[in-house]
Design a protein around this ligand. Structure first.
Ligand SMILES: [Zn+2]
Length: 179
């Protein structure tokens, strides 16, 4: 199978790798799309967390749309893009006494604490555990959130280096890689 393989700092290659097999208690998934995550950009850039060195030969991709190979069930996972502006927008949009759930890494941002107080907003962190993921999937299912603007380009997996370059360069905020 083909995969996006880390080669070095800001270098990702489209390469042939062995196809894995499903182990007990795991699934073998056939990827339909894979999103380039902000955490992968930071990992391959290796600037913010130099204590977490790049492992050449590592295979990227943890946000994806896939079919379970054996039974054909569709699954979808979505996570917030990086960018402090998104957090500010969420804070402005939320109703009085509402909640803002931060489900992805962003830069540190300044919050207007006076409007936070007046609006009585709760801000929670979530790292894809617990009931919040189920809530997020319900919001998607009932089309209560529009995630389409978060994907700015769909790029073939074979052009994975261009996908990373376009996100480092700021031309894209969210890329789906299509195998
Ligand atoms: Zn991610």
């Amino acid at each position: 199978m083909k995969a996006a393989v880390v080669k070095g700092r800001r270098l990702v290659a489209y390469e042939e790798v062995p196809t894995p097999s499903a182990q007990p208690g795991t699934l073998l998934l056939k990827m339909k799309y894979c999103c380039v995550c902000g955490s992968e950009l930071e990992y391959v850039d290796n600037q913010r967390a130099p204590q977490n060195p790049i492992v050449a030969g590592g295979i990227l991709g943890h946000e994806f749309v896939a079919e379970v190979a054996e039974v054909g069930v569709d699954m979808a996972f979505v996570c917030v893009r990086r960018g402090g502006n998104v957090l500010k927008q969420a804070f402005d949009m939320v109703r009085v006494q509402g909640r803002v759930i931060l489900a992805g890494y962003t830069e540190s941002v300044k919050l207007d604490t006076t409007s936070w107080l007046r609006k009585q907003v709760r801000i929670e962190g979530s790292l894809n555990r617990g009931a919040k993921m189920a809530t997020a999937l319900k919001l998607l299912e009932y089309k209560r959130v529009n995630v389409k603007p978060l994907i700015t380009e769909i790029i073939p997996l074979k052009d994975v280096q261009r996908a990373f370059d376009s996100m480092y360069g700021g031309e894209n905020i969210g890329v789906l890689l299509k195998p």
